[in-house]
Design a protein around this ligand. Structure first.
Ligand code: BGC
Length: 272
């Protein structure tokens, strides 16, 4: 049986940080589109295997493997791509999703907290994009599979635009991703590589459970969301698989905000 929307049939997609949260939903959504998925994880082995099992049990889905690596380590990212190519033949889509938050007031932020967040959120995404582009160029165009040579999706945040007190390392990493993404587009669009970002707003995952996990926290968070609903990982998964497909072929060098309107400054609705 074939789903009408199998828009990524015979394509292979790497998703970093795919054992939980947004990455997990993206991996499942890609697989439901028919893609083979490489579920990268850092420490959640059991959770990553559960995602792979879920994919393998559904005949509509492509295949799945898991691969452990720290995306901030060059050799480990190289190994992730090597394994993907040896197992599935190539890479068509790379979703550089893995990201962390280590929050401190700026004047108390240890250098390690700054460095670690930049290493994972920015350098990790650079390494994944670099390896993906190398593989796209090596493999060459497969018109019967996709109109593009390859697709890179950076998982950014509304904080590539909205400043975030107490989270300067995180906001700086996401702001820098914008320039990384746009520069990649400018450099490789002529080769038919598409590079875009998705900028989620507040999505219910472990990263922000402290905020939405209490009634008070949820109420405060909803004040920042015009649509009056906190997002769920699937809100991002469905956008990611569409953005990876030929249906969005002409979208390149753009950030798609998936935030219920958070970037529309809701504080100004009744003020200013
Ligand atoms: C952060 C979340 C936060 C959201 C909205 C995301 O990028 O990871 O912790 O809730 O932005 O502020």
């Amino acid at each position: 049986m074939q789903k009408p929307n199998q828009r990524l049939l015979d394509q292979t997609c790497i998703v970093t940080g795919a054992s939980s949260g947004i990455g997990r939903a993206v991996a499942k959504s890609m697989a439901l589109e028919g893609a083979n998925v490489v579920i990268n994880y850092h420490s959640g082995k059991k959770e990553a295997e559960e995602v792979a099992d879920w994919i393998q049990k559904d005949p509509i889905c492509g295949d799945a493997i898991v691969f452990q690596c720290d995306v901030s380590k060059e050799k480990e990212v190289e190994a992730l791509f090597k394994k993907t190519v040896s197992h599935f033949g190539t890479v068509d889509v790379c979703v550089a999703n893995a990201g962390i938050q280590i929050d401190h007031p700026l004047h108390e932020m240890p250098l390690e907290a700054w460095q670690k967040v930049i290493d994972v959120n920015l350098t990790g995404q650079f390494l994944c994009a670099r390896e993906a582009i190398k593989e796209f160029l090596r493999r060459g165009m497969r018109r019967e599979i996709s109109k593009s040579l390859g697709k890179i999706i950076h998982m950014s945040s509304v904080h590539e635009e909205i400043p975030w007190a107490g989270h300067a390392n995180y906001a700086a990493s996401k702001g820098a991703l914008l320039m990384l993404m746009e520069s990649i587009c400018q450099e490789y669009a002529a080769k038919k590589i598409r590079c875009n970002s998705i900028a989620p707003g507040a999505i219910k995952t472990d990263i922000n459970k402290k905020t939405w996990g209490t009634a008070k926290g949820e109420e405060e968070l909803l004040k920042l969301i015009p649509y009056k609903r906190i997002g769920i990982p699937e809100d991002i998964g469905s956008v990611a698989s569409w953005l990876a497909s030929d249906e969005s072929e002409y979208i390149n060098g753009t950030t798609i905000f998936v935030d219920g309107g958070m970037t529309c400054y809701p504080g100004f609705a009744t003020n200013g």
